[in-house]
Design a protein around this ligand. Structure first.
Ligand code: FAD
Length: 129
């Protein structure tokens, strides 16, 4: 990273390499068995569209304070979530994940006090580093 897909190379109809190019135009061939493209360009709700959730232009309407959708216990984050001021950015999705986790904890463990802590003061969980 940061690279863009540049080319595909193969032998006898079988993929052998994926070519990538950096922003400066440097090209590299990476050995590969398969290429899986997940670019998030096609947003389809699939069966979720029939759950009875409030939708707007095929996006799930959420409360930005909690990431909660219109059905109790359902949360939506990332590009599929819609609320005023929404920006379709990775950073915003991460922020929404924290907001949703915070709100979902109260649904899963009602009445439990939430102790908010920073990793700065608590440290990284064992095995995560
Ligand atoms: C060309 C481009 C460049 C971008 N550049 C930047 C950038 O520089 N900086 C930045 O912050 N953001 C950038 N973004 C935006 C960023 O990619 C998105 O905000 C981010 O990927 C959203 O993450 P997500 O997990 O919500 O959705 P996605 O990354 O779209 O992931 C959703 C996944 O769900 C899958 N899916 C969809 N429907 C179904 C279904 N019914 N069942 C099962 N799976 C399903 C999709 O295949 C996909 O893999 C860019 C977006 C594009 C298109």
């Amino acid at each position: 990273m940061p690279c863009q897909l540049d080319s595909l190379a193969g032998d006898n109809g079988q993929l052998t390499h994926v070519g990538v190019a950096t922003m400066d135009g440097e090209r590299r061939l990476l050995k590969a068995d398969a290429m899986l493209a997940f670019f998030g360009l096609a947003m389809t709700l699939g069966p979720i569209a029939d759950w009875g959730l409030a939708l707007e232009h095929d996006h799930i309407v959420v409360d930005p304070a909690t990431s909660a959708a219109s059905l109790p216990g359902v949360f939506a984050i990332g590009d599929i979530a819609r609320y005023p001021g929404k920006l379709k950015l990775i950073l915003q999705g991460f922020s929404e994940a924290a907001v949703a986790a915070h709100a979902a904890k109260a649904v899963v463990h009602p009445g439990e006090v939430m102790h908010f802590e920073y990793s700065t003061s608590r440290g990284v969980p064992a095995g995560a580093g």
